[in-house]
Design a protein around this ligand. Sequence first.
Ligand SMILES: Cc1ncc(COP(=O)(O)O)c(C=O)c1O
Length: 364
Amino acid sequence: MHFNELDTPAVIVDLDIMERNMQRLAAYCREHSVALRPHTKTHKIPELAKLQIQYGACGITVAKVSEARVMRDAGIDDILIAYPIVAQHKARELAHLAANTKITVSLDSLEAAQSISLSAAERAVRVGILVEVDVGLHRCGVGSAEDAVALARKILIQPNLDFRGIMFYPGHMMAPVARQRELLTPVNQFMDEVYAAFARAGIPIQVVSGGSTPTAFLSAEFHGLTEIRPGMYPFYDRNMVGAEVVPVESCALSVVVTVVSTAVSGRVILDGGSKTFSSDRFLAGHGRGFGMVVQDPAAEFEAMSEEHGHLSVAASKRAYRLGERLQIIPNHVCTTINMHERIYGVRGGQVEVSWPVAGHGKLQ
Ligand SMILES: Cc1ncc(COP(=O)(O)O)c(C=O)c1O
């Protein structure tokens, strides 16, 4: 079946581009001896996680315990939850998963460590722990080398926890590579302080987990990194193009929509709005639009109602037809996939495979 025969809106992935994106980063990681642990919150699809592992990933990352369960039930047995797990019932679920899966959790508080330790001890399982440090995003993570060592010392004496190392997320480094190099200097200075403080304390660090999609091909220049957790790299999106991380040709995912109204002059209405596309803004340049129209870059995806996408075509010379199909590259791929129950893999225009988004709605 050609993808234009799919009912719309439909999320499609160009398999040739996706496989190339996956293989390219896997090759870089092999060449630079950095382990690749993709963040699967981007697609929430076990089949794709397994493909990433087949291409050389050492395991996967997830954000939520419920996502971990979906991936574990599909047979993936080495999972990092790169998110602070704070409630006791989540810790219990985590301990349950750890009975037959290598589970590691990153955290930045003693409270989180204590509740995981309690549940792990109850079930007689062990859970790996990474201490999260803040390298500049100012979201989570302890802010100094001394605080990281102090937390690690306390983790070391909690029952059933294995302190494994350090985790950080350089989410503030979404920029062209030249600018990333400037931002990297203070990150490396901070990480050097962390390594020195751990060495002074005599606490060995086995894992330093960092990385992101924008910085993926700069990973070898981060001091001490042992693994990276990029999520978006199989697909990329309009924001990655806007940040000059990749050219538009590297974008593998688009949303196929149908033109349902051309009655208002200068407007074209699509059958997908804010229940189809994420509301993430375009982070580059003029900051406008909710996605890029592949067939007509002059069109602006200006507004969204729930079920209507509003294209402003005033600056376009293209003639739009009622009922025709268009493809939109979304601003943010992760939040877009999350809205859909199924996505389709396409090669040469033909639908080759369809995957349920098994982690759809897994937010707990
Ligand atoms: C903790 C953590 N690690 C890794 C990633 C993946 O990075 P990216 O979105 O750049 O692919 C994210 C993304 O939000 C994250 O929050």
